[in-house]
Write a protein that binds this ligand. Structure first.
Ligand SMILES: Cc1cc2nc3c(=O)[nH]c(=O)nc-3n(C[C@H](O)[C@H](O)[C@H](O)COP(=O)(O)OP(=O)(O)OC[C@H]3O[C@@H](n4cnc5c(N)ncnc54)[C@H](O)[C@@H]3O)c2cc1C
Ligand code: FES
Ligand code: FES
Length: 480
């Protein structure tokens, strides 16, 4: 019987390696060639493997190597290590003040749970023309550093892409850094995205603009556009701005020229005609915001990162390349057999138990592809989507599931959900509770907009959300 790709989610790798140094990682890649692949957050790679778009025998996880998740500012240059997540970017003062378009792009990626795992480098290497941080970093004039056992090279990001999801990177190379000049003084930039919903939306179009001005006159301009061609493109229309002030006439001419340069396609998200129109609208609005100095106006006062989750004391140690993994689930260390073919979600549901031996099946699978949030658990205190975490990536970590969270929260969330009628079929509820308990632990006095923002990665097909938002509002005010 042939199964639909959504039902047939089998994937298997021969080995899941967690090298202790970059040299070791380069050696593994050199040995296995294109059969080995670096895995970072796995939010792209796992789905590509499940959908049989990519065959990988050896996954190389860099998370045991120190210092790869640093964001640094040195002599005016901002550098991101290969494990820097979108959450780190949106909470970084360095990026917010010196690379606003990147911070804005990272904030548009998926949901808070996804941003807790997904990396900027993974976004760049996947090379989809819809990937948000590519355009931001192209407009910022970023370069990427590629290292291998044969040496290293620095490639300007606008020379990195060769076609849809293809790049100049060789199978044995690791992207070790992303670097760009911090925006200071007369330089400014902005990113904008048009999507079909406010979270988990692949862009209809997106754009980034970075300008340098002498007084009011533009002295240099880069405009990158995404979802409008096989690769993200820097458009010639940006030259219209150079030597001019950002008057309404100049802005209109530039926006029209941008729309004239792109060749988008019709697809399920939008028609080519709509995309072209949205390029015109987005570019005009972005330039107007730079002229008014309001490009950061929509930046949230408080960030909902869902990283305030409960984290029982962990006593386990990583066992690296061994077949057996150990995960502390709700405070109980659980040792399980080989997990080179399982997600954390499957592993929890089939191998972990409570102290009495009962299976932990409270964490639900809704979509199995990161869209619905039903599988949300806390890993080392951060809300993550268990269906997108390879179980082996949780080796040595501490995980809290719904069974562990309900007893921990200081807010009476369960009672609020029940009293507001926020539970109907209940299938989404464990995921909502995990996200909600993170939010309540992260910030006091949540506003309705913050609650809706924080719950953006959780879908409920029954309630219509109003009652869930109301329950969180009440729980936030009542502590038990
Ligand atoms: C539900 C959902 C919503 C999403 N929404 C968005 C969105 O709104 N916008 C958007 O742009 N993307 C979105 N994505 C795509 C994805 O989350 C991002 O592209 C993410 O940044 C990928 O990072 P990762 O760490 O998970 O990468 P991985 O999946 O770990 O890796 C991606 C690719 O990069 C390679 N790689 C990773 N690190 C390195 C390295 N150091 N050197 C060499 N190769 C490396 C891997 O081998 C793999 O080919 C979404 C995905 C899902 C599932
Ligand atoms: S997001 Fe994991 S099951 Fe839907
Ligand atoms: S209560 Fe049924 S899906 Fe949310």
């Amino acid at each position: 019987m042939t199964m639909h790709q959504v039902q047939d989610r089998t994937w298997r790798v021969e080995r899941y390696e967690r090298p202790a140094t970059l040299d070791e990682a380069m050696e593994i890649l050199a040995t296995h060639g294109d059969r080995a692949r670096i895995v970072a957050g796995a939010t792209d790679l796992l789905l590509e493997m499940q959908r049989k778009l990519r065959q990988v025998d050896v996954l190389v996880d860099l998370s045991a190597i120190d210092g790869l998740d640093d964001i640094t500012l040195n002599e005016g240059m901002i550098t991101l290590g290969p494990l820097v997540t979108h959450r780190q970017v949106v909470t970084s003062d360095i990026v917010r003040s010196g690379g606003l378009p990147l911070a804005q792009a990272s904030l548009e990626v998926g949901s808070a749970q996804l941003r807790n795992r997904a990396t900027v480098v993974g976004n760049l290497v996947t090379a989809s023309p819809a990937n948000d941080t590519i355009s931001a970093l192209m407009a910022l004039g970023a370069t990427v550093t590629l290292i291998s056992s044969k040496g290293s090279r620095v490639v300007p990001l606008d020379h990195f892409y060769t076609g849809v999801r293809t790049t100049v990177m060789k199978p044995h190379e690791i992207m070790s850094a992303v670097t760009f000049e911090a925006l200071t003084g007369s330089a400014s930039g902005v990113f904008a995205k048009v999507g079909l919903r406010s979270a988990q939306a692949i862009s209809v179009v997106h754009a980034a603009v970075v300008l340098e001005r002498d007084g009011a006159t533009v002295t240099s301009a880069l405009i990158a556009l995404g979802s409008v061609a096989p690769t993200i493109v820097l458009v010639d229309a940006a030259d219209i701005l150079v030597g001019s002030e950002l008057t309404t006439d100049v802005i209109t001419r530039c926006a029209n020229a941008c729309a004239g340069e792109v060749r988008p396609i019709d697809d399920v998200r939008a028609t080519a005609a709509y995309r072209t129109d949205m390029v015109r609208v987005a570019v005009a609005r972005m330039l107007a915001s730079l002229q008014a100095g309001t490009e950061a106006a929509t930046w949230p006062e408080r960030m909902m990162t869902l990283s305030g989750g409960s984290q029982p004391a962990a006593t386990t140690v990583s066992v690296g390349g061994s077949d057996e993994i150990q995960i502390t689930v709700n405070g109980t260390r659980t040792v399980g057999a080989s997990a080179t073919f399982e997600t954390l979600l499957d592993w929890i549901r089939t191998k972990a138990t409570d102290t009495e031996g009962a299976p932990l099946t409270g964490t639900k699978e809704g979509c199995a592809e990161g869209e619905c949030g039903a599988c949300t658990v806390h890993m080392d205190g951060q809300a993550v989507l268990a269906c997108l975490v390879p179980a082996a990536a949780a080796d040595g970590r501490s995980v809290t599931t719904i069974e562990g969270a309900t007893s921990d929260t200081e807010h009476d969330l369960e009672a609020s959900l029940v009293s507001c009628g926020a539970v109907q079929c209940g299938y989404c509820t464990p995921g909502f509770v995990m996200s909600a308990s993170s939010m309540l632990a992260e910030h006091d006095n949540l506003t309705e907009a913050e609650i809706r923002d924080g719950l953006g990665g959780n879908i409920c097909r029954c309630t219509g959300y109003t009652s869930i938002v109301e329950a969180l509002d009440i729980a936030g005010k009542v502590t038990s």
